[in-house]
Design a protein around this ligand. Structure first.
Ligand SMILES: Cc1cc2nc3c(=O)[nH]c(=O)nc-3n(C[C@H](O)[C@H](O)[C@H](O)COP(=O)(O)OP(=O)(O)OC[C@H]3O[C@@H](n4cnc5c(N)ncnc54)[C@H](O)[C@@H]3O)c2cc1C
Length: 502
């Protein structure tokens, strides 16, 4: 049989998922990855003997990852050992710590302790959000290539659950009355780089997903998932070339014929899948003037997620703080406004710390640990911060805040190695448009039919996977982008696959 040739630009979670499925279905898959390791934002970051996840540290909705492996007749649990985290994380407010459990009884007790009178809200949350999740998630596993998709029965049934006109914060007001408790169920808007007060109410499915399915840590780090996916691509005879940057799409009019590599080599294919960040790809991989809907100006007019300022610390001590901790700014709402609207850096910051060594002995040498600090910050659009000039100063400010607000009082004297990533680094080294780490924002005007389509609207034989297309950013939905695209290409060549039920 004449195997159809598919090129994938980028070995991030989206590209690897598509690569796994298509190579198992006998397509001739070649992945070009510009970095030295696979994984993209989900790649490993090595500092001496310390191993960090570059980006994702929360694995939510593990059943979706399991499904991706089932698509290729494999069992992900045979490749990786997953540790369920419960409590899932600790939230630190100005005057109290709240532990968040996926065990409903334990969560209820925590609410009784801190917010008496609000405990029944959790039952209402489960009851209503379960229905929303069922209806909405069904809509996320299919492509939206035409308006007609929204006339399908499954979409029509989902419409009441979109909570149109309501923000995530509004929705949580239906269950709880206390501000901090509402924040405990809405700060998750940050996972898609949005403010809880602007994030559509439909995303109440994110806290529901956490509480219902819990969160996991694969031993070794989340980057192991990308590494295993790359092994699966190769197992099915797919090829992955790292350190190989794609310069441009090879076009014949509107038909994509393959790619041009950095040194000028042309590589031909029947289909090309773009996994590199959407905004970056539109503005770099296609000659100016070719694209209309996604011209540079139109890309700049879109809404993007926030960025992150990162510190990765290898420390010569073990700390007994939880695997995941989130620290809220004193004035959280102001902090969110400063990130999304005022676009400034402020000393009153919120931050997240991952202390993976408390669960996973493999990430640091014995007696030592890895401390990953993430500070949500503005993306680069209309932001005047000079990250290169300010980064050491900001890093010091973050470390001082961490020492002040956490148990890591002697952190500074225990740091052996350190790496900083700023929004500029995301943009320049990771090719993330505007350093918007969580991609295009997920406002209703940029979702479903209105998000860049899995089958690219402007060019033929071209598909998009990753956080910039439907259904969106975050590992489980990114895996879905890979599967949806693999199914679209399979359908084009009449290769049988399991259809999502309508
Ligand atoms: C700091 C941070 C924390 C996050 N935390 C979580 C979390 O806890 N849970 C969660 O579910 N999600 C999280 N995410 C979001 C999301 O899951 C990840 O960003 C994910 O890795 C995005 O996958 P992707 O496939 O869209 O793109 P990427 O991971 O960016 O992959 C794109 C790939 O394309 C390559 N590439 C770019 N340009 C070229 C070129 N010209 N030629 C060849 N290759 C190219 C890149 O090197 C990269 O490998 C986080 C993201 C960040 C940044």
């Amino acid at each position: 049989m004449n195997r159809k040739k598919v090129i994938i630009i980028g070995a991030g979670p989206g590209g690897l998922t598509a690569g796994m499925i298509l190579s198992q279905r006998s397509f001739d898959v070649t992945i070009f990855e510009k970095a030295k390791n696979v994984g993209g934002r989900n790649a490993p970051l090595y500092l001496g003997d310390y191993k960090f996840d570059t980006g994702p540290t929360f694995l939510m909705l593990k059943p979706i990852l399991e499904e991706m492996f089932k698509e290729v007749e494999l069992d992900v649990d045979k490749y990786l050992s997953f540790k369920k985290l419960d409590p899932m994380y600790r939230l630190r407010f100005v005057d109290r710590d709240i532990f968040v459990y996926s065990d409903r009884d334990k969560m209820k007790k925590e609410i009784v302790n801190h917010f008496p009178g609000n405990e029944n809200g959790i039952d209402k949350f489960y009851e209503i959000e379960q229905k929303r999740f069922k209806r909405l998630f069904e809509c996320l596993s299919i492509p939206y290539l035409s308006y007609l998709n929204v006339l399908r029965k499954r979409f029509l049934l989902a419409i009441p659950h979109f909570a149109l006109g309501k923000s995530l914060f509004d929705i949580l007001g239906n269950y709880f009355s206390e501000e901090e408790l509402k924040l405990a169920f809405t700060f998750q808007a940050k996972y898609i780089g949005m403010s809880p007060w602007e994030c559509p109410g439909a995303f109440a499915i994110i806290p529901f997903i956490e509480h219902n399915f819990s969160i996991y840590h694969p031993i070794g780090g989340l980057f192991k998932i990308s590494e295993i996916m790359a092994d699966v691509v190769k197992k099915f005879n797919g090829k992955i070339y790292t350190n190989t940057k794609v310069k441009q799409l090879l076009l014949d009019g509107k038909n994509v014929k393959g790619v041009i590599l950095e040194k000028g080599e042309k590589v031909f294919a029947d289909e090309v899948i773009i996994n590199a960040d959407f905004g970056y790809s539109m503005t770099n991989l296609v000659q100016e003037g070719v694209l209309k809907k996604y011209s540079k100006q139109n890309i700049l007019n879109k809404k993007f997620s926030c960025s992150t300022f990162m510190l990765y610390l290898g420390v010569k001590k073990k700390y007994n703080i939880p695997h995941h901790s989130i620290y809220f700014a004193q004035d959280y709402r102001k902090n969110v406004e400063n990130i999304f609207n005022n676009k400034i850096w402020t000393e009153d910051m919120s931050f997240y710390i991952q202390n993976a060594s408390v669960t996973d002995p493999t990430v640091a040498p014995e007696g030592k640990s890895t401390i990953y600090i993430l500070v949500p910050v503005p993306n680069k659009i209309n932001c005047e911060i000079n990250w290169e000039k300010e980064k050491q100063f900001f890093a010091e400010q973050v470390l001082n805040t961490v020492v002040k607000k956490t148990e890591l009082k002697d952190l500074l004297s225990n740091i052996e190695v350190k790496k900083i990533i700023t929004p500029d680094d995301w943009a320049n080294e990771y090719h993330v448009f505007a350093g918007a780490t969580f991609n295009l924002a997920h406002n209703l005007g940029q979702m479903l039919f209105f998000r860049p389509h899995n089958k690219f609207e402007e060019l033929n034989n071209c598909y998009i996977v990753g956080g910039g297309t439907h259904p969106g950013s975050g590992l489980p939905t990114i895996y879905e982008t890979g599967r949806i695209t693999a199914n679209l290409i399979s359908k084009k060549y009449s290769i049988k696959y399991k259809q999502p039920t309508n």
